[in-house]
Design a protein around this ligand. Sequence first.
Ligand code: FAD
Length: 490
Amino acid sequence: MASSSKPSCYGRKAVLPLDFLISGGGPAGLCCAIALANAGHRVQVFERAASIGEQQTSGVVLAPNAFKILTQWDDSGASMVDVGVIAKSSPIYRWETGEMIGVHGWDELVMEESGGKHFYSNHNEAWGWLHKIATEAGAKVRLGATIVSVNPETPSVTLASGETITGDILIGADGKTSIVRKTFLGGQDDRRSMGTVVYSGNIPASSIAEDPVLTEFMSKSDSDMVVWAGPGHTALVYPTVSFAVPSSEEATHIEKSPGRLCGMHVYVPDSDGVPPGEDEWRSSVDPSEVLSLCAGGDPIISRFINLMTSVSRVKWCDYTAPQDWAHPSFKAMCIGEAVHPMPVCGMFSASMVVEDAAVLGNLFSRLQCRGQIPRMLQAFQSIREDRCEMVRQADTLTLQSSMLVNGPDQEARDELYRQWSKKLSGQPGDYDDLTMQQWETYSPIFAYDANEATDEWFVRWGRPIAEAIGTHRSSAVAGVVVHESIISVG
Ligand SMILES: Cc1cc2nc3c(=O)[nH]c(=O)nc-3n(C[C@H](O)[C@H](O)[C@H](O)COP(=O)(O)OP(=O)(O)OC[C@H]3O[C@@H](n4cnc5c(N)ncnc54)[C@H](O)[C@@H]3O)c2cc1C
C-alpha cells in the first residue's frame, strides 16, 4: 500500500520553531497539532470538552485520502486499523418498502490505486487515538479549557478561567461555530440550514445481537454499512470498531463484536425553521423523536432506532467563509470546519481536516524566518480552498443521491447498484467498465495525496519565490502577491 512509504516532509524540522495556539481539540485541532509538532513546532491545544473519548458521538467515515495520512502519522500503522473497520460493500434498501435495491462495493483495484482504505470508526475512538498521537508528538492538549475571547493581532487566547496565553500563530480549529472565525467576521454567526437534519447515535452491537429479527437481517450479507435510500430521507447503520473477538467465518460482523458499537445516522427533512443551535453535537435527543419522523419507512429502520443510544440532532448547514482564511495580521488563521463547511456525517467530510493538517505541517516544516509566515498562510488557502470545495460538492451529491425522489435519476442510481450486485456475486457483466466508472468518480478524492499536492505547489510556485530572494520584486504567484521572496523550496 502506498501509505507505507513516508513523504519526504517527514523528518524535516522547521529552522524557526514557533509557538502555535490551537483553538479547539476536535479532529482538525488534534490533526493539526500532530502535523505541526512533527514539523518541530511547539503546540498548545485548547479544548473546551473536559475529556476526549467520552463525548456523545457516533460513527465517522474516513476516506482513503485521509487513511493514508493517518497511518503515516502512527509509526506502528496497525493501531489505526484497531480503531475501525475497513469498508467493503453496502447493501442499499428502499426506505419505504425495505426492498433491496442492490449492493454498492468498493472495488479492490480502486482502493489499491488510491493508496489507502475506506474506513469506518467511532468518532470517540478515532478522537482518542488522535489525542494519543498528538501528545506523543509533543503537543500540549489542555482539556476543559474554554476559550472566551481571542485576539488575532497579538495573537492570544483568553480562557474562561481568566488566563491569557500568547503565542506566534493562532489556529482556529474550533468547528462550525468557531470563535476565531466569528472574530474575523465581527462576531457574526451566518450559518443557515441546508434543509436536512441528521440524527446521529450509537447502537451497541450486543443490542442488535439480542434481537433475532435484526440478527437475521444483518446476517443476510457480510456487508458492512447498511443503507436505506428514499425520497428526502436516508439512514445508515455501520459497525465502527474492529472485530477483536475471533469467531467463525460464517459469523456476521455484529456477532463477531458483541461488545462493540455501530454508528447510525438518520437524515430527514429539516422543517422546523429554527436556526442551527450552538453546540448541536452535545444535544441529547430521545429516540422517540427520530421514530416519529421515520413513520412510513421500512419497519426495520424503526427497530434499529429503538436501540439507539446518545442521539444528537445536528443540522446540515452552510455558511460564508471569510474571503481570506488568514487574519490580516497574519497571526491567526482558520482550518477545518471553522472555514470550509461540509455535510454533516458525510462520506468524505471528516477526511478534509486530516488533509488540512498534512498541508499545514508540510508548509511549516519549511519555515526559516518570520517573514515567511504570511506567505505560508496564504499558500495554505491556495492549496486547500478549491480542493475543499470540490470535495464538499462531491459529498453533497453523494448524500443527495441517497435521498432522490423517485424518477429517472433514482432509476439510474438503482441500476448502478444492481450492476454492482452482479459483480460482487460473480455474475457475468462488464466489470472493467464498472471499475473504470468507480475510478473516474472517486479517484479525484481518494487518490489525492495532501503532501504530494503541497510538494507540487512548491515545485510550481515556490521556486520562483525562492529565486527572487533579495530582489525585492513584486510578482503574482498563485493568487498570492509576493513582494519579496521569502518561501524556500523543499
Ligand atoms: C462533540 C462532537 C461530536 C461529534 N461526533 C461526530 C460523529 O459522531 N460523527 C461525525 O461524522 N462527526 C462528528 N462530529 C463532527 C466532526 O468532528 C466534524 O464534522 C469534522 O470532523 C470537522 O472537525 P473539526 O475539528 O473541524 O470541528 P469539530 O469536530 O466541530 O471540532 C471543534 C472542536 O472545537 C472545540 N471548541 C469549539 N469552541 C471552542 C472554544 N470556544 N474553546 C475551546 N474549544 C472549543 C469543540 O469542543 C470541538 O471539540 C462531532 C463534533 C463534535 C464537536
